[in-house]
Design a protein around this ligand. Structure first.
Ligand SMILES: [Zn+2]
Length: 326
Protein backbone atom coordinates (compact mmCIF):
# COMPACT_ATOMS: atom_id res chain seq x y z
CA UNK A 1 0.00 0.00 0.00
CA UNK A 2 1.27 3.44 -0.82
CA UNK A 3 2.28 5.52 2.14
CA UNK A 4 4.27 8.67 2.35
CA UNK A 5 6.25 8.30 5.49
CA UNK A 6 4.55 5.78 7.74
CA UNK A 7 6.64 5.31 10.84
CA UNK A 8 6.34 3.65 14.20
CA UNK A 9 6.68 6.85 16.16
CA UNK A 10 4.08 8.09 18.63
CA UNK A 11 0.80 9.61 17.47
CA UNK A 12 0.02 13.18 18.51
CA UNK A 13 -3.06 13.63 16.33
CA UNK A 14 -4.89 11.54 13.77
CA UNK A 15 -7.36 12.85 11.22
CA UNK A 16 -9.66 10.73 9.10
CA UNK A 17 -10.73 12.55 5.96
CA UNK A 18 -12.79 10.39 3.68
CA UNK A 19 -15.55 10.01 1.17
CA UNK A 20 -18.02 7.34 2.25
CA UNK A 21 -20.48 5.77 -0.17
CA UNK A 22 -23.52 4.69 1.80
CA UNK A 23 -26.76 3.58 0.18
CA UNK A 24 -30.41 3.31 1.18
CA UNK A 25 -30.02 4.41 4.78
CA UNK A 26 -31.87 6.73 7.10
CA UNK A 27 -29.31 6.99 9.86
CA UNK A 28 -30.26 10.43 11.09
CA UNK A 29 -33.53 12.38 10.85
CA UNK A 30 -34.83 15.77 11.87
CA UNK A 31 -37.85 14.25 13.53
CA UNK A 32 -41.35 13.23 12.62
CA UNK A 33 -44.07 15.57 11.49
CA UNK A 34 -47.36 13.75 11.62
CA UNK A 35 -46.58 10.44 9.99
CA UNK A 36 -43.65 11.75 7.92
CA UNK A 37 -40.02 11.42 9.05
CA UNK A 38 -37.85 14.27 7.82
CA UNK A 39 -34.26 13.54 6.81
CA UNK A 40 -31.43 15.75 8.00
CA UNK A 41 -30.69 18.66 5.69
CA UNK A 42 -27.66 20.92 5.93
CA UNK A 43 -26.80 24.12 4.06
CA UNK A 44 -23.35 24.77 2.64
CA UNK A 45 -21.64 28.18 2.36
CA UNK A 46 -23.14 28.86 -1.07
CA UNK A 47 -26.66 28.13 0.09
CA UNK A 48 -26.67 24.67 -1.42
CA UNK A 49 -28.81 22.26 0.55
CA UNK A 50 -27.66 18.71 0.91
CA UNK A 51 -28.09 15.56 2.95
CA UNK A 52 -26.28 15.09 6.23
CA UNK A 53 -25.70 12.90 9.24
CA UNK A 54 -24.89 14.90 12.35
CA UNK A 55 -21.60 14.84 14.21
CA UNK A 56 -23.66 14.06 17.32
CA UNK A 57 -24.88 10.86 15.70
CA UNK A 58 -21.36 9.88 14.59
CA UNK A 59 -19.94 10.62 18.03
CA UNK A 60 -22.72 8.63 19.64
CA UNK A 61 -21.90 5.67 17.38
CA UNK A 62 -18.21 5.94 18.24
CA UNK A 63 -19.02 6.22 21.97
CA UNK A 64 -21.25 3.17 21.74
CA UNK A 65 -18.55 1.05 20.10
CA UNK A 66 -16.02 2.35 22.64
CA UNK A 67 -18.40 1.30 25.41
CA UNK A 68 -18.94 -2.14 23.86
CA UNK A 69 -15.18 -2.61 23.59
CA UNK A 70 -14.61 -1.39 27.16
CA UNK A 71 -17.41 -3.54 28.55
CA UNK A 72 -15.92 -6.69 27.10
CA UNK A 73 -12.52 -6.29 28.77
CA UNK A 74 -11.39 -6.04 32.38
CA UNK A 75 -8.72 -3.50 31.42
CA UNK A 76 -11.17 -0.68 30.99
CA UNK A 77 -12.73 0.84 34.12
CA UNK A 78 -16.14 2.48 33.65
CA UNK A 79 -17.83 4.81 36.14
CA UNK A 80 -21.33 4.14 37.48
CA UNK A 81 -22.88 6.31 34.77
CA UNK A 82 -20.92 4.87 31.86
CA UNK A 83 -21.34 1.27 32.99
CA UNK A 84 -24.97 1.63 31.82
CA UNK A 85 -24.03 3.92 28.92
CA UNK A 86 -25.91 6.83 30.48
CA UNK A 87 -25.28 10.20 28.83
CA UNK A 88 -24.62 12.05 32.10
CA UNK A 89 -21.35 10.12 32.49
CA UNK A 90 -19.22 11.50 35.37
CA UNK A 91 -22.01 13.81 36.52
CA UNK A 92 -23.70 10.73 37.96
CA UNK A 93 -20.72 10.07 40.25
CA UNK A 94 -20.20 13.69 41.33
CA UNK A 95 -20.88 12.73 44.96
CA UNK A 96 -17.87 10.42 44.86
CA UNK A 97 -15.49 13.04 43.46
CA UNK A 98 -13.16 15.05 45.69
CA UNK A 99 -14.62 18.45 46.54
CA UNK A 100 -12.56 21.63 46.69
CA UNK A 101 -9.78 20.10 44.61
CA UNK A 102 -10.67 20.19 40.94
CA UNK A 103 -7.37 18.67 39.87
CA UNK A 104 -8.01 15.59 42.01
CA UNK A 105 -11.68 15.45 40.97
CA UNK A 106 -10.80 15.53 37.26
CA UNK A 107 -8.20 12.79 37.70
CA UNK A 108 -10.76 10.64 39.48
CA UNK A 109 -13.34 11.21 36.75
CA UNK A 110 -11.02 10.30 33.88
CA UNK A 111 -10.19 6.96 35.44
CA UNK A 112 -13.34 5.97 33.54
CA UNK A 113 -12.34 5.24 29.95
CA UNK A 114 -15.54 6.60 28.39
CA UNK A 115 -15.38 9.81 30.45
CA UNK A 116 -11.72 10.17 29.46
CA UNK A 117 -12.28 9.58 25.76
CA UNK A 118 -15.70 11.11 25.12
CA UNK A 119 -15.78 13.91 27.70
CA UNK A 120 -18.32 15.06 30.27
CA UNK A 121 -19.65 17.99 32.23
CA UNK A 122 -19.83 17.71 36.02
CA UNK A 123 -21.80 20.39 37.87
CA UNK A 124 -20.41 19.81 41.39
CA UNK A 125 -17.47 20.27 41.51
CA UNK A 126 -17.53 22.27 38.29
CA UNK A 127 -15.22 20.36 35.97
CA UNK A 128 -15.55 19.36 32.37
CA UNK A 129 -13.64 17.40 29.81
CA UNK A 130 -13.51 17.98 26.08
CA UNK A 131 -13.78 14.79 24.06
CA UNK A 132 -10.55 13.43 22.55
CA UNK A 133 -12.48 12.39 19.43
CA UNK A 134 -14.31 14.93 17.30
CA UNK A 135 -16.67 14.50 14.35
CA UNK A 136 -18.01 17.01 11.89
CA UNK A 137 -21.24 16.57 9.98
CA UNK A 138 -21.09 13.69 7.54
CA UNK A 139 -22.21 15.72 4.56
CA UNK A 140 -23.48 14.60 1.18
CA UNK A 141 -21.43 15.78 -1.78
CA UNK A 142 -23.65 18.06 -3.87
CA UNK A 143 -24.75 16.19 -6.99
CA UNK A 144 -23.87 12.86 -5.42
CA UNK A 145 -26.82 12.45 -3.09
CA UNK A 146 -30.21 10.90 -3.75
CA UNK A 147 -33.18 11.18 -1.44
CA UNK A 148 -36.57 9.61 -1.67
CA UNK A 149 -39.61 9.41 0.53
CA UNK A 150 -41.30 6.07 0.63
CA UNK A 151 -44.80 5.36 1.86
CA UNK A 152 -45.36 2.27 3.91
CA UNK A 153 -48.41 0.85 5.55
CA UNK A 154 -48.95 -1.20 8.61
CA UNK A 155 -51.71 -3.64 7.88
CA UNK A 156 -54.00 -5.21 10.42
CA UNK A 157 -56.05 -8.09 9.16
CA UNK A 158 -58.53 -9.40 11.68
CA UNK A 159 -59.79 -12.88 11.05
CA UNK A 160 -61.87 -14.92 13.43
CA UNK A 161 -60.68 -12.80 16.35
CA UNK A 162 -56.96 -13.34 15.63
CA UNK A 163 -55.12 -10.15 14.72
CA UNK A 164 -51.91 -10.22 12.72
CA UNK A 165 -49.82 -7.30 11.52
CA UNK A 166 -47.34 -6.94 8.72
CA UNK A 167 -45.51 -4.13 6.98
CA UNK A 168 -45.65 -3.54 3.25
CA UNK A 169 -46.01 -0.94 0.57
CA UNK A 170 -49.13 1.14 0.24
CA UNK A 171 -49.66 -0.30 -3.21
CA UNK A 172 -50.96 -3.45 -1.64
CA UNK A 173 -52.93 -1.66 1.00
CA UNK A 174 -56.31 -2.50 -0.43
CA UNK A 175 -57.83 -3.19 2.95
CA UNK A 176 -57.29 0.25 4.44
CA UNK A 177 -60.53 1.71 5.65
CA UNK A 178 -62.37 -1.54 6.15
CA UNK A 179 -64.29 -1.87 9.37
CA UNK A 180 -61.89 -4.42 10.83
CA UNK A 181 -58.67 -3.37 12.49
CA UNK A 182 -59.01 0.25 11.42
CA UNK A 183 -57.23 1.54 14.53
CA UNK A 184 -54.19 -0.58 13.79
CA UNK A 185 -53.94 0.53 10.17
CA UNK A 186 -51.38 3.21 9.58
CA UNK A 187 -49.72 4.76 6.56
CA UNK A 188 -46.38 6.42 7.20
CA UNK A 189 -43.60 7.98 5.16
CA UNK A 190 -39.92 7.34 5.64
CA UNK A 191 -36.93 8.81 3.86
CA UNK A 192 -34.37 6.66 2.09
CA UNK A 193 -31.04 8.24 1.23
CA UNK A 194 -27.99 7.28 -0.79
CA UNK A 195 -24.86 9.24 -1.40
CA UNK A 196 -21.19 9.90 -1.32
CA UNK A 197 -20.52 11.63 1.99
CA UNK A 198 -17.60 13.72 3.21
CA UNK A 199 -16.33 12.70 6.64
CA UNK A 200 -14.01 14.70 8.88
CA UNK A 201 -12.90 13.37 12.23
CA UNK A 202 -10.06 14.24 14.57
CA UNK A 203 -8.53 12.10 17.32
CA UNK A 204 -6.06 13.58 19.82
CA UNK A 205 -4.19 10.69 21.46
CA UNK A 206 -1.87 13.10 23.32
CA UNK A 207 -4.84 14.06 25.53
CA UNK A 208 -5.68 10.49 26.61
CA UNK A 209 -5.43 10.40 30.40
CA UNK A 210 -4.31 14.02 30.53
CA UNK A 211 -5.61 16.11 33.40
CA UNK A 212 -6.21 19.41 31.62
CA UNK A 213 -6.20 21.50 34.76
CA UNK A 214 -2.60 20.89 35.76
CA UNK A 215 -1.53 19.18 32.50
CA UNK A 216 -0.21 15.98 34.00
CA UNK A 217 -1.17 12.45 33.07
CA UNK A 218 -3.40 10.54 35.45
CA UNK A 219 -2.74 7.22 33.75
CA UNK A 220 0.39 5.20 33.21
CA UNK A 221 1.75 4.51 29.72
CA UNK A 222 0.22 1.05 29.51
CA UNK A 223 -3.29 2.30 30.34
CA UNK A 224 -2.97 5.13 27.82
CA UNK A 225 -1.84 2.69 25.13
CA UNK A 226 -4.83 0.42 25.77
CA UNK A 227 -7.23 3.35 25.47
CA UNK A 228 -5.51 4.44 22.27
CA UNK A 229 -6.15 0.98 20.79
CA UNK A 230 -9.75 1.02 22.00
CA UNK A 231 -10.46 4.36 20.30
CA UNK A 232 -8.96 3.13 17.02
CA UNK A 233 -11.01 -0.05 17.22
CA UNK A 234 -14.16 2.04 17.76
CA UNK A 235 -13.27 4.06 14.63
CA UNK A 236 -12.96 0.85 12.63
CA UNK A 237 -16.32 -0.35 13.88
CA UNK A 238 -17.98 3.04 13.33
CA UNK A 239 -16.91 3.18 9.70
CA UNK A 240 -17.52 -0.42 8.73
CA UNK A 241 -20.69 -0.78 10.80
CA UNK A 242 -22.31 2.63 11.28
CA UNK A 243 -25.05 2.49 13.86
CA UNK A 244 -27.85 5.04 13.91
CA UNK A 245 -31.55 5.39 13.30
CA UNK A 246 -33.97 3.12 11.44
CA UNK A 247 -31.54 0.28 11.03
CA UNK A 248 -34.22 -2.33 11.56
CA UNK A 249 -35.56 -1.51 8.08
CA UNK A 250 -32.86 0.79 6.61
CA UNK A 251 -29.66 -1.09 7.37
CA UNK A 252 -27.17 0.87 5.26
CA UNK A 253 -25.63 -0.66 2.16
CA UNK A 254 -21.99 0.23 2.78
CA UNK A 255 -20.32 0.44 -0.59
CA UNK A 256 -17.00 2.20 -0.25
CA UNK A 257 -14.69 4.37 1.83
CA UNK A 258 -11.79 6.22 0.29
CA UNK A 259 -9.60 8.93 1.66
CA UNK A 260 -6.58 9.59 3.81
CA UNK A 261 -5.42 9.27 7.37
CA UNK A 262 -3.16 12.10 8.47
CA UNK A 263 -0.91 11.44 11.43
CA UNK A 264 1.36 13.84 13.27
CA UNK A 265 4.13 12.24 15.29
CA UNK A 266 5.22 15.51 16.87
CA UNK A 267 3.20 18.18 18.64
CA UNK A 268 1.85 19.57 15.39
CA UNK A 269 -1.85 19.90 14.57
CA UNK A 270 -2.82 17.81 11.54
CA UNK A 271 -4.33 19.72 8.60
CA UNK A 272 -8.08 19.27 8.10
CA UNK A 273 -9.15 19.88 4.53
CA UNK A 274 -12.65 18.77 3.69
CA UNK A 275 -13.31 15.92 1.27
CA UNK A 276 -16.01 18.21 -0.12
CA UNK A 277 -13.12 19.35 -2.35
CA UNK A 278 -12.39 17.05 -5.26
CA UNK A 279 -8.65 17.61 -4.85
CA UNK A 280 -8.61 17.12 -1.07
CA UNK A 281 -6.15 14.23 -1.19
CA UNK A 282 -3.58 16.05 -3.29
CA UNK A 283 -3.86 19.23 -1.24
CA UNK A 284 -3.62 17.28 2.01
CA UNK A 285 -0.48 15.57 0.75
CA UNK A 286 1.07 18.99 0.21
CA UNK A 287 -0.10 20.42 3.53
CA UNK A 288 0.99 17.33 5.45
CA UNK A 289 4.42 17.42 3.84
CA UNK A 290 4.84 21.05 4.87
CA UNK A 291 3.92 20.18 8.45
CA UNK A 292 5.92 16.95 8.62
CA UNK A 293 2.84 14.74 9.01
CA UNK A 294 2.36 11.20 7.68
CA UNK A 295 -0.25 10.61 4.98
CA UNK A 296 -1.81 7.17 4.67
CA UNK A 297 -4.14 6.91 1.69
CA UNK A 298 -6.83 4.22 1.43
CA UNK A 299 -9.02 3.27 -1.50
CA UNK A 300 -11.55 1.02 0.19
CA UNK A 301 -12.99 -0.03 3.54
CA UNK A 302 -10.56 -2.91 4.03
CA UNK A 303 -7.56 -0.68 3.33
CA UNK A 304 -8.84 1.88 5.83
CA UNK A 305 -9.28 -0.78 8.52
CA UNK A 306 -5.83 -2.21 7.78
CA UNK A 307 -4.29 1.27 8.08
CA UNK A 308 -6.00 1.85 11.44
CA UNK A 309 -4.76 -1.57 12.58
CA UNK A 310 -1.19 -0.56 11.77
CA UNK A 311 -1.57 2.69 13.70
CA UNK A 312 -2.58 0.60 16.74
CA UNK A 313 1.02 -0.61 16.87
CA UNK A 314 2.14 2.92 17.67
CA UNK A 315 1.94 4.72 21.01
CA UNK A 316 -0.07 7.77 22.04
CA UNK A 317 2.08 10.89 22.16
CA UNK A 318 2.99 12.11 25.64
CA UNK A 319 3.74 15.68 26.60
CA UNK A 320 7.20 15.87 28.10
CA UNK A 321 6.02 18.05 30.93
CA UNK A 322 3.13 15.68 31.66
CA UNK A 323 4.74 13.69 34.46
CA UNK A 324 2.50 10.98 35.81
CA UNK A 325 0.53 11.88 38.92
CA UNK A 326 0.96 9.78 42.02
ZN1 LIG B 1 -17.67 7.52 32.91
Amino acid sequence: MATNSETNSAVFELAILARLTWNLHSLNNEGTLGNVSEPRTVVLWNGQRTDGISGEMMKHIHAYWTWIGASSGADYPLCDGCRDFRPQRADLISKKLTKNDNVAALSEAIECVLCDVHGFLVQTPTIHRQSVVEFGWVVGLPGKVQRDLHAHARHAATERGVETTSAGDTGSDEQAGTQEGVAAQMVYHRPTRSGVYALVSLFQPWRIGLNEIDYTYSLDDEQRKKRFELVLQAYEWTLKRPDGAMRSTRLPHIERAEGVLIVSAKAVPVPLLSPLRDDYREKLQELAAMQGCDVIPFADVDEMVAALERIKQRDPFKLERGVARK
